[in-house]
Each structure stands twice: as C-alpha cells, then as structure tokens.
Design a protein around this ligand. Structure first.
Ligand SMILES: [Fe+2]
Ligand SMILES: [Fe+2]
Length: 401
C-alpha cells in the first residue's frame, strides 16, 4: 500500500512534549563536557539539503562531538577489575544452550499447523489498537539498532574488545551481552511481520536509517559514563517491555504478553549486571563515580534511538516517545523512578569523605528525582491538547500523542 503522508518539517509538535522526551543532540562550539547541553537539530531543511548533495551522509547527524577521555590511572581501575568481572559479572550471562530463542514463542514454520498458528496470532493482534503497535514498533526498532550499542561499548577506554575476539573479561561480556540482546529484535521483528498490522517496509527502512546514523549520548569514551548509561537503559527497557507485556494482557493477548515479558526478564538480568559494576566502582572510587553519575544525569539519559528517521517524519522519535508516554509504556515518572532506584541501589546518599565536586554531584542526583516529577506534573497540564500524528509504520494511520 502506498504511503499517503505529507508532513511539513516546520510543523513540529515537539514543543508539546513533556520536557524529558529526549531530543537529538548537537553541541555548538563547546569543548568541555561540563557545559554539554542537548538541543534540537538546527534545521531539518538544512539536513535535507545536505543529504541531496551527499546522499550517503547519515540523516541524523550530530555536528559537534566531544571527546573527554579519562586519565590513565582511571583506565587502570578497569584493567584491574578483569578477574572480578570474570567471577562476578560473566556469571549473569546464561549459557547459550539454556537460552530461549525467538522460535520458542512463534508459529513453527516446519509444521503443518503453521497456517493455523499464524491465523490465531493475527486474530489476537486484531484486538490490539494502533497506538500499542506504534509503541511496540519503536521498541523493536530500538532493539534492532544493536550494532550501534556494541560499537558504543567498544568506544569506551579500558573495556573495549581490542581484537573482536579478545579473551579479556570485559570483551567477553560485550560480545555475549550483544548475542543475548540480538534475540530481542529478532523475536519482535518476526512477531510484527507475522501479525500483519504494521508496514514492515517502513519499519525496516527506519532501522536502516537508524543504524546508519548511530547514536550520541555524551559518553565520550568514558567507561564510568558508559556503565551508568547502560544501568539506566537496561532498567528503562525492563520497565517498557514489562509495560507492553501488561498492556498485551489487558488486550487479551497472553502470547504477546509472554513475548514482551521474556524480553523484560533478560533486561532485568542485564540491569543487575551493569548496576553491580557501578556498585563496585562506588567501592573502589566513590568520588570519581559519583562525579560521573552527576555528569551523566546533567546531560540527561538520551534514549539510544534518538536519531530515528523513517524517510517521512523528521520528528518521528519525539512522536513515538510521546505515544509511548501517553500509553504508559515509558513515562517521565519512570525516568525519575529509575534515577531514584539507582540512587538507593548505589547508596549515594550515604557516601562520605567526598571532595567538594563529589558532594555537589551527590546533592544533585539525590534531589533530581523529585524535581523531575514536579516538572512532569506541569508538562502533563500542557500536553492535554496533544495532536494526532500519522505514523508510516502503521500505513499512515493517525495516533494521538
Ligand atoms: Fe533488549
Ligand atoms: Fe538489554
């Protein structure tokens, strides 16, 4: 079916979104990461004009990117943790033979019952509304941009996989974590293809654009920031997949609920591993770790798929995020809850003997959760008049933001 969407790039609805909805980031001319401020692309027109001249230039571009490597003695901390990682973090991985695979939750194409199983899957999917599918597609696209996340891990000093087959514990984790994650996008992609409710050509195009664009969330090769970011993100995906499972159940689809639930369980296990790394860093280097925590939260945890584009809507990431927030799949309050959860998990309030910079960061992260909730209450009042937007992923049908 041809796509009938005409969007005026100037008609952005971003101003209606809750403040927390992450924006594509660019930095202007600032070098110090202390002053990093996320901001919007200067002009979508400019991006489109650029791409006409250089067709292979990624659609989502971050024009100025900082590099802020950590000192050698900090890198040595990560090198010295290798044995600890082997006995405390690699244990969170599941042996491949014990892992679920996408086929366990999908119609079996090798059996005669395949047609019937697909019909049943589609019958259940017909009971589920469009806004749910927009949210699920956005989650699936985020999972499918996995090559970018492995790249991100391998940009970080002290933990990168130097050979692509390194037997260093950090590298073993990076590859095995990626291999576990790879099943998430596969399972959701295959389910969405079979359900017939979404325009897979548009969805696959969005994935291709996104992987081509990458991501930029201000980690700057710093492994402290990397693991704070991944601790936060794994919990965010645990919450969002958990909510899509709950909503699928409410729509009477226990099989889809099982699909989302089994992915959420993986995310939880990954969250436990990443937050344990941070727990150890707080033990070894409390001051440096709390300063990094403050730095990451000042930059805001920008979602990994922030450079998403579908070939039509330059604000599709904002629109998907707003739809997910409206549906209760992932909200500003979830963001604040994750932050508070991590503050408690890492006992940040109880840290003592910090430098002035450390105390400032400690105070900042401890009071940030309540501040976000207050701002969110005001944003909720503003967002009542949210528009409906056509999504190419569901054949141009409109969904309320
Ligand atoms: Fe995942
Ligand atoms: Fe994950």
């Amino acid at each position: 079916m041809p796509l009938m969407i005409k969007l005026n790039p100037i008609t952005s609805h971003s101003q209606n979104l809750p403040y927390f909805v992450p924006k594509p980031v660019i930095t202007s001319c600032l070098i110090s990461s202390k002053f990093f401020m996320p901001s919007k692309f200067p002009s979508n027109y400019k991006l489109q004009a650029d791409n006409l001249k250089k067709p292979f230039m990624p659609h989502g571009k971050v024009l100025v990117q900082n590099s802020h490597p950590i000192p050698q003695e900090k890198i040595e901390i990560f090198k010295s943790m290798e044995t600890w990682v082997e006995s405390n973090i690699l244990t969170f991985l599941k042996p491949v033979e014990k892992c679920w695979q996408p086929q366990d939750f999908l119609p079996d194409a090798s059996t005669d019952g395949f047609d019937e199983q697909v019909k049943e899957l589609r019958r259940r999917a017909n009971e589920i509304p469009d806004d749910y599918f927009v949210s699920l597609v956005g989650d699936m696209i985020t999972e499918e941009a996995l090559p970018t996340y492995q790249t991100l891990l391998n940009t970080s000093d002290g933990i990168r996989d130097e050979t692509a087959a390194s037997l260093n514990s950090w590298a073993i984790w990076n590859r095995a974590w990626t291999a576990e994650e790879n099943r998430h996008g596969d399972l959701l992609n295959k389910y969405l293809y079979l359900c017939g409710k979404v325009d897979m050509k548009q969805v696959e195009k969005t994935i291709q654009y996104l992987i081509g664009s990458g991501m930029y969330v201000g980690i700057e090769k710093n492994p402290y920031l990397t693991f704070i970011y991944t601790s936060f993100q794994e919990r965010a995906t645990f919450i969002s997949h958990g909510n899509t499972a709950r909503l699928a159940m409410e729509h009477g689809d226990s099989k889809l609920a099982q699909i989302c639930g089994i992915i959420a369980a993986d995310e939880k296990r990954h969250e436990l591993a990443y937050s344990k790394i941070l727990e150890k860093l707080f033990e070894i280097d409390p001051d440096g770790t709390v300063v990094a925590f403050g730095e990451m939260m000042r930059k805001k945890i920008t979602m990994p798929a922030h450079l998403m584009y579908d070939g039509h809507d330059p604000d599709i990431f904002d629109h998907f995020s707003a739809a997910a927030q409206r549906l209760g799949v992932y909200t500003a309050n979830d963001y604040a809850d994750i932050l508070d959860f991590l503050v408690n998990r890492w006992k940040v309030k109880e840290l003592t003997g910090l430098s002035a910079e450390g105390r400032k960061a400690q105070e900042y992260v401890c009071q940030l959760g309540p501040r976000i909730r207050r701002l969110e209450e005001r944003a909720q009042v503003r967002s009542k008049e949210a528009p409906s937007i056509p999504f190419s992923w569901i054949f141009g049908r409109e969904v309320k933001l």
